[in-house]
Ligand binder design. Structure first.
Ligand code: FES
Length: 101
């Protein structure tokens, strides 16, 4: 699946992933602002992204555990997801994710 990241410097990074989580893909390619400190267990929010509004159908909404984490983050909005919780697969193809500050 093709995943596009837009960093806080407005750099566009297009990556192609086949498996694993979006966070792992981003960390592997040093996408700025995605740290994945907790290793993908939904407890650090260093993998916070804002999904392009029209792409929410690809990602679906945040889970309850994610929402709990995101509530602690002032930059969170209704398009926020923790990208370690996004499994790479066909349904994500073409998704655009803005890396949260
Ligand atoms: Fe820690 Fe996603 S990597 S919440």
């Amino acid at each position: 699946a093709k995943i596009t990241f837009i960093t806080s410097d407005n750099e566009t990074i297009e990556l192609e992933g086949t498996s694993g989580s979006v966070m792992e893909l981003a960390v592997e390619h040093n996408v700025k602002g995605i740290d994945g400190d907790c290793g993908g267990v939904c407890s650090c929010a260093t993998c916070h992204v804002h999904v392009k509004p029209e792409d929410m159908t690809k990602t679906g909404p945040a889970s309850e555990t994610e929402t709990d984490m995101l509530e602690l983050d002032d930059n969170a909005d209704e398009y926020s997801r923790l990208c370690c919780q996004l499994e790479i697969g066909d349904s994500l193809d073409g998704v655009v994710l803005k890396v949260a500050k």
